[in-house]
Design a protein around this ligand. Structure first.
Ligand code: IMP
Length: 179
């Protein structure tokens, strides 16, 4: 990187809060009384997951999964591995995957295939952001926060090289950044 990256705010915290509330209402309508298993994809989904579940006023279980994708930079290499799987039994559960962003779709479709093999009673996807212009594999998003342009986003859990996850708003990373 030869110059300081610049941040341009795309979604302020109040817009994110309103969107998370809307998603929570949709999820509540479908999962109330079903004791769902919510599986957050680390690390990017941790902040979204924390805000979302605080708005869900019924019994549910929280798990996280950590994936690694070989290759560096912005592009997912497509060779993905589960580094840390959910400890709870997935079989027979109502499973809802919580993602920060669906970009090419490679990570999410790998994960959904992985979980589907474990025979959940149902399997759905909630994603805070969707970048459809970069999709390489079709992915059905059941609960979607924001559709976003083909820009690199940081903040609210999203990072660039492990930086910026702690920012409360979502920003476009601009400037001379190399992936
Ligand atoms: P996919 O496999 O290309 O859909 O990529 C999914 C993963 O790439 C996400 O879970 C993020 O970790 C990362 N990613 C994709 N786009 C962005 C972005 O704009 N900002 C931060 N991370 C991103």
């Amino acid at each position: 990187m030869s110059s300081q990256p610049k941040l341009h705010t795309l979604f302020r915290r109040d817009e994110i809060e309103a969107t998370v509330k809307r998603l929570a209402a949709e999820i509540r309508g479908d999962y109330y009384g079903k004791y769902p298993l919510l599986i957050g994809v680390l690390k990017g989904s941790f902040m979204f997951m924390a805000d979302l579940i605080r708005l869900l006023d019924f019994p549910l279980e929280v798990e996280f999964i950590r994936l690694s994708s070989y290759g560096r930079g912005r592009q997912t290499s497509g060779r993905i591995k589960v580094v840390q799987g959910p400890r709870s039994e997935v079989k027979g559960r109502e499973v809802l995957v919580i993602e920060d962003i669906v970009d090419t779709g490679l990570t999410t479709s790998f994960l959904l295939d992985y979980l589907r093999k474990k025979k959940p009673a149902s399997l759905k996807l909630c994603a805070l952001t969707d970048k459809p212009s970069r999709r390489r594999i079709p992915v059905t998003i059941d609960y979607l926060g924001f559709t976003v342009p083909d820009k690199f986003l940081v903040g609210y859990g999203l990072d660039w090289d492990e930086r910026f996850r702690n920012l409360p708003d979502i920003h476009v990373l601009e400037g001379d950044i190399h992936f």
